[in-house]
Every structure is written in C-alpha cells, then in structure tokens.
Design a binder for this molecule. Structure first.
Ligand code: SF4
Length: 292
C-alpha cells in the first residue's frame, strides 16, 4: 500500500480498508493546525491508487465500505473523483459506501448534478471540518470560507442526498469571543441538516500560529472549565436532529444518536462536569494530546 505521512483517518468510520487518494491539504493555513505543513497537496499517482486497489481486492474482495484519505480528497474535480470511484468499483464491486472528508470550500467546484452522480457511485457520507459558523471566528482562524459558504455548500449536499457531518471546534475563538462562536455556530448548523455534529476541544500544538499568538498574549485560550461552558452554550442553542459526537477531554461520554432526545441529559452532564469536574486531570490529558 502507498501511504504518504501524515495520514489522517476518521476513527468513527470503518478503518479498514483505507485508500489514500490525495496527499496534504490544499489550504494548509488554519491557525490551529500543522498536520500537513511539510507536505504539498497532490493527488496520489493513479498507478498507486490502482496498485492499492488490487492489493485490497486480494484481502477484502467483498468489502462494502472504504475510507478515502487524506485531508481533503473532496477537493478533486468531479472528473477525477468519478474516475477514481469507478476504479474502486472495478476492483471492489461490492462497495456500497465510500467515506471521505473535506473542507466546505471543496464542494464549490461541483454542481448538485455532479454530487448526485458521485453519490450514485458510492460517495454517500462525508465529513466537513467546519469548526465554526461565526464569521469573526472563521476569519480569525484563517479558515478560508465564511458562514454563507457553509450554508450554500451544505444545502447542495442536502439537494444531492449526501449525508454529511459538521464539526464544531470548541475553544478556537479564544476567551473574549467564546460566546459568539458558540451561539453563531449553532445558528448556522441549525440551518443545515447534518447527520452528525461532532465537537473537539482546541489543543494548542507546537508550531501552530495560535500557540505563537497565545505566547505573545494575542490569543487568550480557554481553560478546561471555559471549554465546557462554551460547549454547553453551543449544545443549548443547537436544534439539529442528528447524532452527536464529542472527542475532546470533557471526561464524559456525550457521544450517541438522537441528539434532540438526549439534549437535556447532555446539558446536565456538562453542568455536572463544570461544577464538579477534575479540571487538573482534564488539563493533563490535553497536554498529552498529539493530534486534533
Ligand atoms: S484543519 Fe484541515 S483544512 Fe485546515 S489546514 Fe488543517 S487539514 Fe487543512
């Protein structure tokens, strides 16, 4: 198999088989991320993709799902994606779902008709690293799109019938703008129909611009308690009928289906943690984190 480091795979999707179709990230400028800083964006050579598919077909000829890597394969043009998807079907004819991820802006170069065709070929579930629906925050973290883009592109996915995830990056706006980040993100997410809303807490990793800004006093990171308070505000304002998933250091498991039915319980669990949680332990867990 041809894997080009660093490789990110979504741990909530089946992690076998994996097929890398792109390297690096086209944007590579989000202020909290250095994951692909040393890698130029490229499509994997088609020969590699085909060789990998041949190899997968020898060990998992009946695979029904496949996860396509890495940061934002969704940015490839319709023609390139359709070509790769047809190759996947050639070697793995029983594939039903091709999971992939990307940026909101990766959808701009595709029409709804093209998205529908990609769905027919297998692209039935995608994950979008949205991070915020608040325009001030999106600009502040250099995300490269705004809330209007989020709505436009997510509505295209809905029209095409493609299921999608939206992520909220807890803490990324800093302390002064925390409330607006939470409330305005919920407002934008509420106008979309994600099958899942995922949340992760900001960790300031070495060499990220946000960490450098924090050292100079230009970014005011949230404490563990502030992160939980912001997450609670986001949850209180969120009314999406979706699954809810959290992979930060809250110390409590808030992941599960049917967000609206569980919403009050999630809020109560967060309140409990805000009032009685062991923030020192949460902070230690965060210090040991190595990836987002
Ligand atoms: S967060 Fe995602 S879009 Fe932003 S630089 Fe990192 S990989 Fe690229």
């Amino acid at each position: 198999m041809h894997f080009t480091e660093p490789v990110y795979r979504n741990p909530y999707w089946p992690t076998f088989p994996l097929l890398q179709i792109t390297q690096g990230c086209t944007h590579n400028k989000c202020k909290f991320c250095t994951m692909y800083k040393d890698v130029d964006f490229n499509m994997q050579p088609l020969e590699w993709i085909e060789e990998d598919l041949k190899e997968i077909s020898t060990v998992a000829p009946n695979a029904k799902t496949i996860q396509l890597l890495s940061a934002n394969p969704l940015v490839l043009t319709y023609d390139k994606l359709a070509h790769i998807f047809k190759l996947i079907k050639k070697y793995l004819p029983k594939i039903e779902i091709m999971y992939t991820q990307g940026r909101v802006s990766d959808l701009k170069n595709k029409t709804v008709a093209q998205l529908k065709k990609l769905k027919e070929l297998g692209m039935k579930e995608i994950s979008l690293g949205v991070e915020s629906g608040d325009d001030w925050t999106l600009t502040r973290i250099n995300k490269g799109y705004n809330s209007k883009d989020i709505l436009q592109q997510c509505h295209k996915l809905e029209e095409a019938g493609i299921d999608y995830w939206m992520t909220f990056l807890n803490g990324v706006a800093g302390k002064k703008h925390s409330k607006e980040h939470a409330i305005n993100s919920a407002k934008i997410f509420n106008q979309c129909k994600p099958m899942l809303v995922g949340t992760g807490g900001l960790t300031l990793f070495p060499q990220t611009p946000l960490l450098e800004e924090a050292k100079k006093g230009d970014f005011d990171p949230l404490s563990e308690k502030d992160l939980l308070i912001e997450l609670k505000t986001f949850v209180e304002h969120l009314i999406c009928d979706c699954k809810f998933n959290t992979h930060h250091t809250s110390g409590i498991n808030l992941t599960g289906p049917d967000f609206l039915r569980r919403k009050n319980d999630i809020i109560l669990a967060l309140e409990q943690q805000i009032n009685n949680g062991d923030m020192e332990t949460l902070s230690k867990i965060r210090k040991n984190k190595r990836t987002l």
